[in-house]
Design a protein around this ligand. Sequence first.
Ligand SMILES: [Zn+2]
Length: 227
Amino acid sequence: MKLLNGLAASLSALLGPQTARATAADAAKPPGAAARHRHATEAMSDFGRDYGPNDPVTSAPGLIWPCPCGGTPVMRFELHDEASREPYHFVQCVLCDREGRPALLPWEAVAEWDRAYPNLKVTMGSFPFFMIGELSPRDARTRLLSIRHDLERRRAETKLRSREGVVVGKRYRERIDAYLRWTIVAQSLATAHLRLQQRELAEGAVAFRGAKAPNLVPSLGQPECSA
Ligand SMILES: [Zn+2]
């Protein structure tokens, strides 16, 4: 039941306003177009996944991870050029001036920064999307890969439907893109935790061998001559 509730919540988070807009828009269209639109939104509503309660676009500004130097990064923006007046965003550390890759949208800039600088103080349990907190880093990576493939398929379907003339809301497309980017950030974090785990295991094994059988080391003798 908990899973179903979570699923319903994530679906409504993903599709809520989109569905309402679709209904209003359908009324103004010929019946054929409305039917095609309904078909598109219904087909895309069966995500079958719980991505958590957080919004992948609007919650991004609060998700900038600390800089590896320990400093606090902030969001900045600059203009592409004087002609287009189009701003781009990037995250920059106030202490060491390190910059994340620039992006058009703020949430993209946050995801770029977090992907590039996974912070091990961010536990898997505190990652705000995809409900991966109770998984080991290895299992989390497996789940994330599956979610990523699913989202990529959804995005491809959306593009195909757009080409067929089916109206797919900009908000819906942006949320698919944002979730996709967050899967990549989560994979980066899971990989960092997995490496840490492996390093700690290796160090633990060395310490254990050293503590249990310190007298084995002299018995290895001199290395054999390979000539
Ligand atoms: Zn820094």
